[in-house]
Write a protein that binds this ligand. Structure first.
Ligand code: 5GP
Length: 186
């Protein structure tokens, strides 16, 4: 399915990050991570479900024997905003003690989800803990971010695609687009 197919969809607005720009930036991030983690391959921790597309592309752009684990979190809140209260729905399989952990996040809005996650993961005593976030919404942060790697800064619209959903839809869009449809009721 190519990107043009989605342009006529009434719930989808303009492209915020195009497929080719995503690919190029993921390659750059992969090269930077490869250089930074020489001799200490990281454990990539993907935050599901949103990060699944980004993590699969990023992992293949890193030329190191990385390990991969995933955790799933759910935030309480309405359809398109976060309350900052996060519930771990699926925990990691790996022991983080002494590991170089690189958290792979899809999008940071207020930063509350990430700050909660970071506290929880640091308590498990990794050798290092850094974050790679594909998207950061401009001027929405309510918690300090401290992101080692960032893909793109985007305006504060609600977006879907490349792993990001609304009510589980549109994760399979090849690019990132503004969502203009009805806000789902949870
Ligand atoms: P934060 O806690 O930083 O406010 O929110 C982060 C989480 O909210 C993300 O991991 C993601 O699940 C969700 N989120 C925030 N903004 C968007 C958005 O524009 N689109 C989608 N699909 N999810 C978002």
């Amino acid at each position: 399915m190519n990107a043009d197919h989605w342009s006529s969809h009434p719930d989808l607005g303009e492209v915020v990050v195009a497929e080719k720009d995503l690919q190029r930036r993921v390659e750059e991030l992969g090269a930077q991570i490869t250089a930074d983690y020489q001799g200490r391959p990281p454990l990539l921790v993907g935050v599901l479900k949103g990060a699944f597309v980004f993590m699969s592309d990023l992992a293949r752009a890193i030329a190191l024997p990385v390990e991969i684990d995933v955790m799933a979190v759910a935030s309480y809140g309405s359809g398109t905003t976060t309350s900052g209260v996060v519930r771990i729905v699926k925990d990691l399989d790996s022991d983080l003690a002494g590991r170089h952990v690189l958290v792979v996040e899809d999008i940071v809005d207020s930063g509350l989800t990430l700050s909660y996650l970071r506290r929880g993961l640091l308590a498990r005593q990794p050798a290092s803990l850094e974050v790679c976030a594909l998207l950061v919404k401009e001027s929405r942060q309510r918690a300090p971010l401290d992101l080692r790697y960032t893909g793109f800064h985007i305006p504060p619209d609600f977006v879907v695609g490349y792993g990001l959903d609304v009510a589980e839809r549109y994760r399979n869009l090849p690019d990132i687009r503004v969502y203009r449809g009805p806000v789902p009721v949870e």
